[in-house]
Design a protein around this ligand. Structure first.
Ligand code: KG4
Ligand code: ZN
Length: 371
């Protein structure tokens, strides 16, 4: 009964995100089964706070989230012209991510829920990314999703709001992590993805030979850590030979690295799409999400793969590819409509794989299943 009512109702949801280095809040509204409308989406980045450390410092991130969350939420409510009383539920990222940041968000959401009596919904950050194409393009289930971000890289068969099956993923670094490390090795600013992409524009992708790891394996798994090591070797060789790097060296290294990432993602996407199409020929869709999906070269390569299969390629706008709270509000909305709620015992989960059946690809045993 509760589920049927929730299906027809107009729902207004507040989303809260704080799992990495973006403090975000958003308000989303959906009438019945209509298209969900983003009334506001506010993101307070922390890039400046971490810049001098060459990466995200978890303690600094957690403190900044705790300081900024309430301001961010007020901003999102005001921009949407919504009061707390107008909301139907509060959705918050409950993992996976940096534990301090996730805790800040979960505690804040619990406080709001306790004070207002509003239902609380814990959302998996990866589900937020994976469901974004439904928010932006209204696509139905099932579809194939390539999630490529700073912390994750996986091919997911998306069967329902809480039903995911992993076809493959990275066995070491995520592509965004490799972009960030590459930028660090070349003295470029963080986050590395956009800096490497900009630098690569004037570069010759063929000058340096970069490996294409795991392409000889017939599965959908990927590896990116060797690429960064190869780049470091080329950099060290040039520095030893010439005493430093020229602007052109840097551009060529970036272009070669980016091309290698793009080639690996394209080959493995072809495999994943073939596997997906064999089971779901009636819904030929490949969607992409996560920060690395902002990369123009990679997007084009994936678009070409989709075209080879006659499949629809869905890529959300850049602001919804990178971390944001609209995707958390949307994933919360789907759970809410399915009748799901969380209690005050909702806990922050630093590790929370979407596909609970497949064995972990990352550090299993030592750290437990990451994603
Ligand atoms: O999804 P996201 O905002 O955060 C999570 O990791 O969850 O992704 C951030 C990552 C960073 O590693 C960043 O360097 C990468 O996405 N990124 C890019 C580009 N823009 C952001 N990588 C390649 N090319 C880009 N244009
Ligand atoms: Zn993310």
């Amino acid at each position: 009964m509760q589920r049927l009512e929730a299906m027809a109702q107009t729902l207004t949801i507040l989303g809260i995100e704080s799992s990495c280095d973006d403090t975000a809040a958003a308000v989303l509204r959906q009438t019945g089964n209509g298209k969900a409308e983003i009334l506001s989406s506010v993101v307070f980045g922390q890039t400046d706070l971490h810049a001098s450390f060459g990466g995200v410092v978890p303690e600094i991130a957690a403190r900044a989230h705790a300081e900024k969350l309430d301001l961010c939420i007020v901003d999102a409510l005001q921009t949407a012209d919504i009061r707390l009383d107008d909301l139907d539920a509060i959705a918050v990222t409950a993992g996976p991510g940096l534990i301090g940041g996730v805790l800040s968000g979960v505690m804040c959401a619990k406080g709001l829920a306790a004070a207002t009596g509003l239902p609380l919904i814990g959302v998996n950050h990866l589900a937020g990314h994976a469901l974004t194409p439904r928010l932006t393009d209204g696509i139905g289930f099932p579809y194939l999703m390539l999630l490529v971000s700073g912390g994750h890289c996986q091919f997911l068969l998306v069967l329902g709001p809480d039903e995911f099956s992993r076809l493959g993923g990275t066995i070491d670094d995520a592509p965004g992590e490799a972009f960030d490390k590459t930028a660090r090795l070349l003295g470029l600013p963080q986050p590395g993805g956009p800096s490497v992409e900009t630098e690569a524009q004037g570069g010759d992708a063929k000058r340096f030979a970069f490996p294409r790891p795991l392409l000889d394996r017939p599965d959908c798994n990927l590896s990116f850590s060797g690429l960064k090591t190869a780049l470091m070797r080329q950099r060290d060789r040039l520095v030893a030979e010439q005493g430093g790097l020229t602007r052109q060296d840097r551009a060529d290294l970036c272009a070669g690295f980016q091309q290698a990432v793009s080639d690996v993602l394209a080959v493995k996407s072809r495999r994943a799409l073939a596997e997906y199409m064999a089971c779901h020929p009636a819904t030929p869709v490949i969607a992409v999400a996560g920060g690395v999906a902002a990369n123009g070269r990679i997007r084009t390569a994936l678009e070409e793969v989709a075209a080879e299969f006659g499949a629809r390629f869905v890529a959300p706008p850049l602001s919804l590819c990178t971390d944001n709270a609209a995707m958390i509000a949307y994933a919360g909305l789907e759970r809410f409509r399915a009748g799901e709620r969380d209690g005050m015992d909702l806990s922050a989960r630093p590790r929370w794989p979407l596909d609970r059946q497949s064995p972990s690809l990352l550090g299993s045993g030592k750290k437990g299943a990451k994603a």
